[in-house]
Design a protein around this ligand. Structure first.
Ligand SMILES: *[C@@H]1O[C@H](CO)[C@@H](O)[C@H](O)[C@H]1NC(C)=O
Ligand SMILES: *[C@@H]1O[C@H](CO)[C@@H](O)[C@H](O)[C@H]1NC(C)=O
Ligand SMILES: *[C@@H]1O[C@H](CO)[C@@H](O)[C@H](O)[C@H]1NC(C)=O
Ligand SMILES: *[C@@H]1O[C@H](CO)[C@@H](O)[C@H](O)[C@H]1NC(C)=O
Ligand SMILES: *[C@@H]1O[C@H](CO)[C@@H](O)[C@H](O)[C@H]1NC(C)=O
Ligand SMILES: *[C@@H]1O[C@H](CO)[C@@H](O)[C@H](O)[C@H]1NC(C)=O
Ligand SMILES: *[C@@H]1O[C@H](CO)[C@@H](O)[C@H](O)[C@H]1NC(C)=O
Ligand SMILES: *[C@@H]1O[C@H](CO)[C@@H](O)[C@H](O)[C@H]1NC(C)=O
Length: 421
């Protein structure tokens, strides 16, 4: 036993004795930092430490970091050069996020690593020219707008005290990853061009999405965006969110699910706690749609991914959303199975079960509190509310819609099974 532990000890000594540290400062205005960063990560990304000093590092091409037993202290910002036409060329981004064939300009993979932004470091996405450019163009899934930070096939990693400023598109995505903790993340997609005042010019700037991933924790987040602040997509399991603030946008989403007719999507064991959804100045961001919502494509197939689809089977089960505070949202809770559909489409056959909504407070701007539109008899089962106390505008009657729900508990008023469809 003694000799065995010595072997382990010496392996550890060896790694520590040769662990490298790389330090980087920005080269300065007009210079390109991509080369020096790639060199540093190649040298110190395995059993080493890389330190980015404060300041702005100019990134001009796609980067993939492979980190193993490594730490990155990022005091500065990776500033992605806003050459839109360059990034829209498919050769210039990675397409590692399978869903909708989305593009990534910065991918981190590997295992047992920490990226610490110390509250000042992270990514500057320089999103404003992108938002302005796409204002007059159709935004389509898979059109090449890049995800700012993609963790792909990463295991046992921590990203902390990290900011994503002005993401052109989704700020973060955890894809095909396990055991990831994101702790202390700031995402800010805020238009500053007065020309777009009062418009949501920043759609698709989701805070973070999870896809084909297990055991992902997102704690202490502050997201200002024009879309889903947290999007839990297909094959996400054991997702934990705590102390998550969403300023503007669509709220916390499950989905959209069921886009791929040939792929089953499972979402299970999700715990969300201490969520705040807050409306901000409507000149800055007019949208504050939901608290928590669940969306699937239709059962009918309309076209093919990345832009079309539907008909995918699957289920969402065992979800708890507890201590949710709403500040002037439109609709606290929504389940619908017709996203992207046309009238006459078949309903999705995705099912939802064991959903718990506990201690919801705050207020809404409209009078519908709950809109659960499950497509099939028994398509939704065991939906429980506890202390669901949200104020609606005065002199209005609350509307509660619950279609095709088996086993509904805890709402003070009857929920209308035959209401709107
Ligand atoms: C980044 O590098 C590119 C290529 O060298 C250069 O054209 C651009 O001006 C640089 N950007 C900044 C902000 O320095
Ligand atoms: C987001 O950015 C805008 C514009 O720069 C700024 O006014 C706002 O304070 C920022 N929000 C947060 C939460 O940092
Ligand atoms: C919640 O997260 C914010 C950062 O988004 C942080 O400033 C605050 O201290 C956290 N609150 C608690 C109770 O941890
Ligand atoms: C499912 O369909 C998509 C295209 O819609 C395709 O890219 C993918 O390879 C298919 N997957 C399987 C497992 O057949
Ligand atoms: C989700 O996992 C199931 C079971 O492993 C698999 O059959 C399915 O193809 C996966 N779906 C996606 C979107 O990866
Ligand atoms: C439901 O999910 C929670 C985590 O959110 C987990 O602790 C619990 O075991 C799950 N229950 C079932 C029946 O899977
Ligand atoms: C209910 O949630 C609010 C935050 O939204 C929290 O302040 C309060 O302590 C919670 N109440 C209970 C009984 O946990
Ligand atoms: C139930 O539905 C009817 C018909 O749509 C509507 O008039 C009524 O306001 C609804 N009641 C509730 C509590 O939602």
């Amino acid at each position: 036993m003694l000799s065995l532990s010595r072997i382990f000890f010496c392996l550890f000594c060896f790694r520590t004795a040769f662990a490298a540290t790389c330090r980087l400062s920005p080269l300065g205005e007009g210079r390109d930092d991509t080369d020096q960063i790639e060199k540093a990560i190649a040298k110190c990304g395995q059993y080493g430490t890389t330190v980015f000093e404060e300041g702005s590092f100019n990134i001009t091409r796609k980067m993939m970091w492979n980190l193993n037993d490594a730490t990155v202290h990022m005091h500065g910002l990776l500033s992605f050069n806003p050459d839109i036409q360059f990034w829209l060329n498919p050769a210039n981004t990675f397409r590692v996020v399978f869903i909708q064939n989305q593009a990534s300009w910065f991918v981190v993979t590997g295992s047992d690593f920490v990226i610490d932004g110390h509250g000042t470091g992270g990514i500057q996405g320089n999103g404003q020219p992108w938002w302005s450019f796409f204002e007059t163009r159709t935004r389509e899934d898979g059109d090449g707008r890049p995800i700012s930070l993609t963790l792909w096939r990463a295991k046992r990693a921590v990203v902390k005290d990290f900011r994503v400023e002005s993401p052109p598109f989704w700020a973060n995505e955890a894809a095909e990853s396990q055991d990831i903790l994101y702790d202390g993340m700031l995402v800010n997609a805020t238009n500053t061009d007065p020309k777009f005042a009062g418009k949501n010019i920043v759609p698709n700037t989701d805070g973070i999405g999870t896809y084909r991933s297990d055991r992902i924790s997102v704690i202490n987040w502050d997201v200002t965006c024009g879309d889903d602040c947290l999007a839990i997509k297909g094959n996400s399991s054991n997702i934990y969110a705590r102390n998550f603030t969403c300023r503007g946008g669509n709220g916390v989403a499950f989905g959209s699910l069921g886009q791929y007719a040939n792929l089953t999507e499972l979402v299970e064991n999700v715990w969300l706690e201490d969520l705040t959804m807050t409306r901000i100045d409507p000149n800055v961001q007019p949208n504050m749609q939901n608290g928590v919502y669940f969306k699937t494509w239709t059962g009918s197939i309309n076209g093919e991914p990345p832009t079309g689809g539907g008909g995918g089977p699957g289920m969402v089960r065992n979800v708890t959303a507890k201590n949710v505070h709403l500040d002037r949202v439109n609709l606290p809770l929504h389940i619908y199975q017709t996203n992207g559909g046309h009238s006459g489409d078949l309903p999705s056959e995705m099912t939802f079960s064991d959903l718990n909504f506990i201690n919801w407070t705050g207020n809404v701007l409209r009078n519908t509190l709950v809109d659960i539109e499950c497509s099939l008899p028994g398509g939704c089962s065991n939906i429980a509310f506890q202390d669901f106390e949200i104020a609606i505008p005065t002199n209005q009657d609350a509307i509660l819609i619950c279609q095709n729900v088996d086993g509904l508990a805890g709402l003070d008023a009857p929920c209308n099974a035959t209401g709107r469809s």
